[in-house]
Each structure stands twice: as structure tokens, then as C-alpha cells.
Write a protein that binds this ligand. Structure first.
Ligand code: SAM
Length: 216
């Protein structure tokens, strides 16, 4: 093998490796691995539970849906705010994640979380079931996020609210793209907290004819 051929082979292998890595970075849509669950309990900048409260504003008696709860960082914080009559439904495609949330809720005496295994692209709930729906670092991980948004719009009450949290990782949805997808799903933008790299944004179904003020 000449020096030139060897160099070409090395460059070819490096390019193939780079292409494979890029395909994985941009194309992989496998759900977040349960084996790496420890990382999910680390709060991300701008996506803290206090930040979620500010944008979601959960109230006693409400029925709220969380999509993709992971190990329950947000679920265990939101559910107690709904009081004894309110209810938090959590749906996830991975039963291990749901078992984890349920176990942690039991340890804390929280009895108002209902876990359902489901793909967020086909939610097993009737129209207008929820006062609010939220997802934190989950939307970008799910293939066809536009279907998830349409489903969220369908299950939301007319004056309901959708909160989406996204963070700059390989599944990140920049805010501009989310805004366009939400528009196309009949959801209009209300408020955003944080820069496009790490934000929580609230939307409301367009079918609510008058914007309904979200209570402080
Ligand atoms: C990165 S974790 C986020 C967990 C949590 N929200 C947090 O911020 O710590 C994404 C979650 O979305 C779930 N998920 C992925 N694809 C899904 C799908 N198609 N339907 C429902 N849940 C899905 C994963 O199983 C995982 O629990």
C-alpha cells in the first residue's frame, strides 16, 4: 500500500465514523435510557421546578397530564400542588420510568398520580380532559413532535394550557420551531421563560375564543 493510499483509507474511515456519529446525533429517537436515570434528577438551568410553577401555575383541584415524566422530578413536585381532589396523570412509553415514579410517589405518601403506559403520539384520553398538559425535555425525543402537540391540543380543555420545556441537547427543539409546530396544531403562544437554548413556554388552544387569563 502506498503512502497516498494509506492516507486516503484513514480519511475515508474518519469520514465514515463522523457520518455515523452525525447520523446517531441527529437521527436517534430511542427513548431516554432508564439505565442513565441518575442524570434526570439534576435540575437544568431555566427548567427548574420553581420555573415550571411560574409558567404552568398548577392549582388545587386541577387535572393535569405530564408526558414523559422520566423518574418523576417534576411529577413529585406538581402533584402535591393539585391537592387531594386534583390529579396528575403521567404517560410514558417506558414502563420502568412509570414504575419509578409510582414507587417514589408511594414513598412520599402521594396518592394522586395515575401512571399510564402509552405513546404520546396517541394519547388514551378523551377530548378536553385536562386543565393543563406539560412535557419537560421530552418533546424533542419523541418522533413526530407535531403529532404530540396535536394530541395535547385535543385533550386540553378550551381554556387549558400546554407547557413545553426544552434544553440544548441532541433532541432539542429550538423555540422558533416549536412556535411554528404549535401554530400548526392550533395552539397559540402565550409566554416563554429562558433563552431558546433552555426554555419553558406556555401555549393555549386557539379554540378558546378569548384568551383566558392564567391566575397568578
Ligand atoms: C429525557 S426524559 C425527561 C424526563 C423528565 N421530564 C425530566 O425532565 O427529568 C424523556 C422521557 O420521555 C419518555 N418518552 C420518550 N418517547 C416517548 C413516547 N413516544 N411517548 C411517551 N413518552 C416518551 C422517555 O421514556 C422519558 O421518560
Amino acid at each position: 500500500m502506498t503512502v497516498l493510499t494509506a492516507r486516503r483509507t484513514r480519511w475515508g474511515l474518519a469520514a465514515a465514523g463522523g457520518a455515523a456519529a452525525a447520523a446517531w446525533w441527529f437521527g436517534d429517537r430511542a427513548p431516554y435510557p432508564y439505565t442513565q436515570r441518575g442524570l434526570l434528577d439534576i435540575p437544568l438551568p431555566y427548567l427548574t421546578c420553581a420555573g415550571l410553577d411560574e409558567v404552568l401555575r398548577p392549582r388545587p383541584g386541577e387535572r393535569i397530564l405530564e408526558i414523559g415524566p422520566g423518574t418523576g422530578l417534576q411529577s413529585l413536585h406538581v402533584a402535591p400542588q393539585l391537592g387531594p381532589v386534583g390529579r396528575l396523570d403521567v404517560v410514558d412509553i417506558q414502563p420502568e420510568m412509570l414504575d419509578h415514579v409510582t414507587r417514589r410517589a408511594e414513598e412520599r405518601g402521594i396518592t394522586t398520580i395515575t401512571a399510564t403506559e402509552s405513546d404520546a403520539r396517541t394519547l388514551p384520553f378523551a377530548e378536553e380532559t385536562f386543565d393543563a398538559v406539560y412535557l419537560v425535555t421530552a418533546l424533542g425525543e419523541i418522533p413526530e413532535p407535531e403529532r404530540v402537540l396535536s394530541e395535547a391540543a385535543r385533550v386540553l380543555a378550551p381554556a387549558g394550557r400546554l407547557v413545553v420545556g426544552e434544553f440544548f441537547d441532541r433532541h432539542w427543539i429550538p423555540f422558533g420551531r416549536l412556535h411554528r409546530l404549535a401554530d400548526a396544531s392550533g395552539l397559540h403562544f402565550e409566554v416563554r421563560r429562558g433563552p431558546t437554548l433552555a426554555y419553558l413556554a406556555r401555549f393555549q388552544p386557539c379554540r378558546s375564543t378569548h384568551p383566558v387569563p392564567v391566575p397568578a
